[in-house]
Design a protein around this ligand. Structure first.
Ligand SMILES: Cc1cc2nc3c(=O)[nH]c(=O)nc-3n(C[C@H](O)[C@H](O)[C@H](O)COP(=O)(O)O)c2cc1C
Length: 165
């Protein structure tokens, strides 16, 4: 009887330990990277900051370019927010992704906005850059914002943040 109780207790301890081990690999700090620009897209930067805060997940927010010494090693999930500027696909945040040697084991959430041009090709480029570095693209969202109201834009940000483990 005593042996049975001991085995049950040990099984319980092992099960609890397993749950914690699972939790530490599936959650963790989020890195929110965005373009380093003179005129950042304030609406989306604020929306991500507020939604991530409301979700209760710890996160670091940083505007990056290829020279930024932001090491993704300590993060399990990375949100990349990029806005199209000046009718091209050059973006500081894309340069940062490109400068990473590997994104293996990282979950990437990609979010691209533009008034109306180049948003699909910008997203496509980011997806490829992440894939080439073995990152896992969990969600990839892009949109032309001209006909969207604030609540619609906010809804897309919220939806993405909810997909984070
Ligand atoms: C200097 C500047 C250049 C921009 N260039 C483009 C562009 O080439 N194509 C485009 O669709 N949107 C362009 N935009 C719009 C931004 O992409 C847009 O403001 C951003 O994605 C955020 O969307 P929102 O203005 O609806 O908040 C530009 C904005 C600025 C300030």
């Amino acid at each position: 009887m005593k042996t049975t109780s001991l085995i049950s207790s040990l099984s319980l301890i092992v099960a609890i330990g397993f749950c914690f081990a699972q939790d530490s690999t599936t959650t963790g700090k989020v890195l929110f990277v965005s373009d380093k620009t003179d005129k950042p897209a304030k609406f989306f930067l604020d929306a991500f900051t507020e939604e991530l805060t409301a979700s209760g997940r710890p996160f670091d927010e940083v505007a990056v370019d290829a020279k930024s010494p932001v090491d993704p090693a300590e993060y399990s999930s990375i949100v990349v927010y990029s806005q199209v500027m000046a009718f091209n696909n050059i973006s500081p945040v894309s340069a940062w992704v490109k400068s990473q040697k590997s994104l293996q084991g990282k979950r990437l959430f990609l979010f691209v906005t533009a008034n109306r041009w180049f948003y699909e090709s910008r997203l496509k480029k980011l997806v490829k850059l992440v894939g080439d570095r073995d990152g896992e693209v969990v969600d990839a969202v892009t949109m032309a914002t001209t006909k969207m109201n604030a609540e619609q834009k906010r809804g897309l940000v919220r939806k993405m943040v909810k997909k984070m483990p």
